[in-house]
Design a protein around this ligand. Structure first.
Ligand SMILES: CC(=O)SCCNC(=O)CCNC(=O)[C@H](O)C(C)(C)COP(=O)(O)OP(=O)(O)OC[C@H]1O[C@@H](n2cnc3c(N)ncnc32)[C@H](O)[C@@H]1OP(=O)(O)O
Length: 414
């Protein structure tokens, strides 16, 4: 079976969406509204399809869009975000993803994108294309009876307050709060207006019907919104009519530790609620130790989340800051992409240039992607055989230079 890979025409969107839904095991013919929304929010030049040469059927989907990724130090770096990758089960393992990815990475490089980013459905798929796992998704389940928090006094003690608000208020205060947090937390990506519309039910796709949520906003003593928790509960009771509810947090943004403390205390104090599941948190989240009994928060997930592929090493390494000074020469291998070469990183000056100097470390571009946001350890990658030390001490220096005090966190699936 052979197939043509090319950008799709607007008239092909319904077939493309059907293939995407089937590939993601959410069968369903798209509605007119689904198609209209996609048309309004997609740059069709960046929407690829593969079409079976015999049947003409759309058998694979791939899309990219412009994204900003916050890197250590707070700069927002331009990335080509890859999403909606699916190949029909009848056409898998025939090289279609590889062909679509080659088109995408060449186009991203030609556009001048510094990085490419994605959330991998499965771990083994994207390393071969130069992506490296760059952030960790952590989730805890809190046994609220064990927390030691005083549930009878859930109000903030710092002069702030918590207000329960509707979705319209979330659309008013959420974007600015997110922008404030994004400017200081590496690993976060921008959210456009449609993100807030979809997450608050203003728009919805038929295969993912919106279920109304509850929203708590923390305002500091000056009345400024500094935190937002979006959550739902499962309405679960025992036969003996005792409550067994679990609160599932679906979005939690806290711009200050005070907001973080106040919102977790609030969520752990709601009557009928025995458990709070945190949703996607940073692996170094404050939560466990915000509780008098930290063990009340049981880790339930710790897995790779955002994957980063460096396209332009000079601009990528020059965009982030480094917590310790040091000069490191890296030899980057990128046989199928544009990032290969030798680079001199001056972490103190925050500059990166191409160089002919001898390299201290040699690494594959996917290992560079893992190091980029400061979450991976160069020493650990060396132990795994993914970073080679060419000069004594260079791996330890790379470890110290790339790591960040707080860990990278990407709250969003895209
Ligand atoms: C960013 C996102 O959208 S993530 C969502 C990704 N989509 C999904 O997981 C949906 C279900 N899966 C699929 O649609 C497909 O299997 C895809 C998209 C993952 C892969 O598409 P394919 O066209 O089959 O990949 P392709 O044939 O180009 O494979 C290239 C290589 O990757 C390997 N590979 C592909 N998918 C997988 C996988 N899921 N697990 C392990 N290896 C894989 C292939 O074996 C092949 O290896 P080889 O070069 O050594 O032979």
């Amino acid at each position: 079976m052979s197939a043509d890979v090319r950008p799709i025409a607007a008239s092909e969107l319904p077939a493309w969406l059907t293939t995407l839904n089937t590939g993601f095991l959410t069968p369903g013919t798209p509605t007119e509204s689904d198609v209209a929304q996609r048309a309004a929010h997609s740059d069709l030049a960046r929407v690829q399809g593969a079409f079976d040469k015999e049947t003409g059927r759309c058998v694979a989907t791939f899309r990219s869009f412009a994204q900003e990724l916050t890197v250590p130090g707070g700069a927002a770096v331009g990335s080509s975000a890859v999403s909606n990758v699916a190949v029909l089960p009848t056409h898998r393992r025939q090289g279609l993803l590889t062909r679509m990815m080659e088109v995408e990475l060449a186009a991203a490089h030609a556009r001048g994108d510094v990085l490419s980013t994605l959330i991998a459905a499965e771990y083994p798929i994207y390393g071969r294309y130069g992506y490296g796992a760059a952030t960790v998704h952590a989730e805890w389940e809190v046994d609220v009876a064990r927390t030691g928090l005083d549930r009878s006094r859930p109000a903030p003690v710092d002069g702030g307050r918590i207000d329960l608000v509707d979705a319209a208020e979330v659309r008013r205060v959420g974007p600015a709060l997110h922008e404030r947090l994004r400017a200081s937390r590496h690993g976060m990506v921008d959210r456009d207006a449609r993100w807030w519309s979809l997450k608050t039910g203003l728009e919805q796709m038929s295969h993912r019907p919106y279920r109304e949520k509850m929203h708590a906003v923390y305002r500091d003593a000056a009345g400024e919104p500094a935190g937002l928790a979006v959550y739902q509960a499962d309405d679960h009771w025992t036969d003996a009519k005792t409550p067994l509810n679990t609160v599932q947090v679906v979005d939690f943004l806290a711009a200050t530790p005070q907001a973080e403390r106040a919102l977790w205390h609030f969520l752990c104090s709601i009557d009928w609620v025995l458990k709070v599941r945190t949703g996607n948190r940073a692996p170094d989240d404050l939560l466990p130790e915000l509780l008098p009994d930290a063990r009340a928060a049981r880790p339930v997930s710790a897995a790779d989340f955002l994957w980063v592929r460096v396209l332009d090493v000079v601009r990528a390494l020059g965009a982030r800051t480094y917590e310790v000074p040091g000069v490191l020469v890296l030899e980057v291998d990128d046989p199928t992409g544009p990032a290969g070469g030798r680079y001199r990183l001056d972490a103190g000056a925050g500059t990166c240039t191409r160089t002919e100097e001898p390299a201290g470390v040699r690494l594959d571009v996917s290992a560079l992607g893992s190091l980029y946001l400061g979450d991976a350890s160069a020493v650990r990658l060396a132990a795994l055989g993914r970073v080679a030390e060419l000069e004594p001490g260079a791996v330890a220096l790379a470890d110290a230079v790339f790591r960040t005090a707080r860990r990278a966190w990407c709250p969003d699936v895209f």
